[in-house]
Design a protein around this ligand. Structure first.
Ligand SMILES: [Cu+2]
Length: 208
């Protein structure tokens, strides 16, 4: 029973601290403790190693550490955009499920006029529970960028988009769990995880 408790607590800790990772294009950096700092999760230093990113049909690959999240993607144009992420390239939607999550069909507004331009992509999700979580990737836009190899951009088991459109930026929203069948199932599993920990802790108190 003791090992069950430790496993359950370890799992819960992992979920709580992982937030989300920006896997592609490569993030500037990552510090889960300050991922809630805007912009870019506290990563203020522009990367010297930019990803060549396509103008049309781009992908954005994340690893999701929350059971559900509101997500949006923004871009700022230039060598060092600071906090000027004023162009939306994927409006707010709701994703559910843990692990790999990949968006496809990302179009950069402005098209071929942006060939060779530097830019920074920022992914924002809602926080846990308040505010936002931020992660940035520095890119150079190019029609000749190859993007992700087939099979790399994938969704984990149980990962899906449950609301295509949510009003407001993710950092001012929270996820509703009462809208669809999928949402209901996920809400149920969250309750079960919590219940397991409570049961394990209770068992520890009485057995040891
Ligand atoms: Cu988190």
């Amino acid at each position: 029973m003791k090992s069950t408790t430790l496993l359950a607590l370890a799992a819960l800790t992992t979920l709580a601290s992982a937030h989300f990772n920006l896997d592609y294009p490569a993030a500037r950096g990552f510090d889960e403790d300050i991922l809630g700092t805007s912009p870019c999760g506290g990563q203020d230093t522009v990367s010297t190693n930019r990803t060549l990113y396509p103008l049309t049909g781009g992908s954005i690959a994340l690893t999701m550490g929350h059971i559900d999240a509101n997500v949006a993607v923004y871009i700022g144009f230039g060598d060092s955009v600071g906090s000027s992420f004023n162009t939306v390239i994927r409006p707010t939607f709701t994703e559910q499920g843990l692990g790999n999550f990949c968006m496809t069909g990302i179009e950069i507004p402005g098209g071929s006029a942006l060939e060779g331009m530097n830019a920074t992509i920022q992914v924002v999700t809602n926080g846990d529970p308040d505010g936002g979580l931020y992660n940035c990737a520095d890119v150079t836009l190019s029609a000749s960028a190859t993007g992700l190899a087939s099979g790399v951009c994938k969704n984990g088991t149980g990962v899906s988009i449950t609301a295509q459109s949510v009003s407001g930026d993710p950092n001012v929203t929270s996820v509703s769990n009462s809208t669809s069948g999928t949402s209901g199932a996920d809400a149920g599993s969250r309750v079960q995880v919590g219940g397991l920990v409570v049961a394990a802790l209770a068992a520890m108190m009485f057995v040891y």
